[in-house]
Design a protein around this ligand. Structure first.
Ligand SMILES: [Fe+2]
Length: 265
């Protein structure tokens, strides 16, 4: 790292326990090597399948699993590892899947609502599995009660959100919705970039998604219809006046970092 610039490492959707072990290991090896100033999770790290309102279709989907064992503790352990290699701060944007817990509590009865404070990801992820309070860590709920837009700011003209669209051309839609600022987003699980140039200022504005670290073919995809999802992560170097993003694709456990280092799992 040159003096004055900061490195951000961005993890897209992971969906424990529907994560891809090889892709996640590859991203973590890159993270360990790069030791960024800031780490950022784009949301949907927890799948929260137990709290889903969707009806299950198959026996395998319907297996009752222990949320703490297969989702919460793996996420806490991942955070421990990421924080160890992050110099300044770790940011965690809640996604629509983390929000399933609040929706389940809200739509349930008094019991569910009473249990929410024990299950709220903002609280459970802010402590380690051993109950120690995390420092240098912030969780941002998916829905802001003041009507604002949940986001993390990486630079004066670059923000991160979980995602505002699941459409085929989501990058273009994010670009249009974000208007004057560039935006990095997750949610759609596919690597995608759209850019535009302001004809008056000459400024380039981008919307980009690095992909996902979840399985590429989820069981709920009707009839096994192939997805166009891809594995990856992003890094962003932020200088005093500008920034440059690298969306790094993971191909069957391999990727190459901007300095030429090849990571293989
Ligand atoms: Fe997702």
């Amino acid at each position: 790292m040159k003096k004055g610039s900061k490195l951000w490492f961005i993890f897209p959707d992971i969906h424990f326990p529907e994560h891809d072990e090889t892709a996640l290991t590859c991203a973590l090896q890159a993270h360990t090597k790069l030791k960024p100033n800031f780490s950022l999770f784009l949301g949907d790290v927890l799948d929260c399948g137990l709290f889903s309102a969707h009806k299950k279709r198959t026996i395998e989907e319907n297996v009752i699993l222990d949320y703490e064992t297969i989702e919460l503790n793996p996420t806490r352990n991942l955070l421990d590892q990421v924080q160890k290699n992050t110099k300044e701060h770790t940011h965690f944007l809640g996604g629509n899947h983390e929000e399933r817990i609040e929706r389940w509590a809200t739509n349930g009865g008094q019991i569910e609502q009473s249990l929410f404070s024990l299950l709220d990801p903002a609280k459970t992820l802010s402590r380690t599995e051993a109950g120690i309070k995390r420092t240098k860590f912030t969780f941002y709920p998916y829905t802001k009660n003041d009507g604002g837009h949940a986001h993390v700011r990486l630079a004066k003209d670059l923000v991160a959100v979980h995602g505002w669209s699941f459409a085929k051309h989501a990058a273009q839609i994010h670009l249009e919705k974000s208007r004057s600022q560039s935006v990095v987003f997750g949610h759609t699980h596919r690597h995608q970039v759209a850019s535009s140039r302001d004809p008056w200022s000459g400024k380039i504005i981008k919307a980009f998604n690095p992909g996902t670290l979840s399985r590429l073919q989820p069981i709920y995809m009707v009839g096994g219809t192939p997805t166009d999802w891809s594995h990856g992560f992003a890094i962003v170097y932020v200088g005093k006046e500008s920034w440059t993003e690298y969306c790094i694709t993971i191909n069957n456990g391999y990727c190459v970092l901007p300095d030429g280092t090849e990571i293989k799992v």
